[in-house]
Write a protein that binds this ligand. Structure first.
Ligand code: NDP
Length: 242
């Protein structure tokens, strides 16, 4: 570990049971930080914690504000502080609007937008009280452009981008704010698509997916900067994705 990354941080990662969140938790722990890995499927978190030193499992549904506040409070109580919060949990059950899958629209809003806001609500007090902190949002290239079947998903990611940018603008200099926007990454994300047309289109679209470690590298880069450097946004996509 070099001088920049030498101080171990206390990090909290949502959606750490698979894909990008799991890779971020693994990478930050491997870099010497202590990582609270949160998600609903606690058995997967237990497996991660058993295989990587420095990872603690935390069963959490990010749509539950009180639960997110309690998990952050427990982390602060246990470790004395919380340095980095990675708001990564997300779902992507794509479909055309005229398919009318309103429950899935609401699920995307609940996890991708409300879940992010719950993380911000839980972190701001500890960050202020301890005189700093780093909030990292995993948005998407879907925050920068819309595609058919992805109207609601992209809407949630535009919202995630805007909310995170607002947080950056409102934050004092000791609070750092980063948005990481991935392109297509290998994960379970497309598994929740029930609409057969959207599923078919996605399997073609996801052909050139890159490993989640590419996104973990971007998060680790932002986290490892000296305190006066705030990496605002990183877009990481496969070279073959336009
Ligand atoms: P995965 O489906 O592999 O991971 C999603 C994670 O979110 C899981 O760990 C899941 O855990 C968690 N999650 C879902 N709902 C909840 C909830 N209510 N409470 C807590 N955790 C929840 O997909 P990715 O790793 O790809 O997705 C991670 C993030 O990256 C998402 O925000 C996604 O939008 C974004 N992204 C992904 C891209 C890709 O191509 N893979 C591209 C651009 C952005 P559990 O089910 O155990 O709760």
């Amino acid at each position: 570990m070099d001088a920049v990354t030498s101080s171990p941080r206390i990090a909290f990662v949502t959606g750490a049971s698979s894909g990008i969140g799991r890779a971020v938790a693994r990478r930050l722990a491997t870099d010497g930080h202590r990582v609270v890995a949160a998600a609903r499927r606690v058995e997967l978190l237990d497996e991660l914690a058993a295989s990587v030193d420095g990872v603690e499992p935390c069963e959490l549904d990010v749509t539950d504000l009180d639960a997110v506040r309690a998990a952050v409070a427990t982390t602060v109580e246990r470790h004395g502080r919380l340095d980095v919060f990675v708001a990564n949990a997300g779902v992507m059950p794509l479909s055309r609007l005229d398919a009318g899958l309103t429950d899935q629209w609401n699920q995307m809003i609940d996890v991708n937008v409300r879940g992010l806001l719950h993380g911000i609500a839980a972190c701001l007090d500890p960050f202020r009280e301890q005189g700093g902190g780093h909030f990292v949002t995993i948005a998407s290239i879907g925050a920068h452009g819309v595609t058919p079947t992805a109207a609601v998903y992209c809407g949630t990611k535009y919202a995630a981008w805007a909310i995170t940018e607002g947080l950056r603008l409102e934050s004092p200099p000791e609070i750092r704010v980063t948005t990481v926007s991935p392109g297509v990454v290998e994960s379970e994300l497309a598994d929740t698509i029930t609409d057969s047309d959207a599923r078919q289109a996605m399997s073609e679209y996801r052909r050139h997916a890159i490993p989640p470690s590419a996104i973990a590298d971007a998060v680790a880069f932002a986290v490892s900067q000296p305190p006066e450097v705030d990496v605002n946004e990183i877009v990481v996509r496969p070279v073959r994705q336009r």
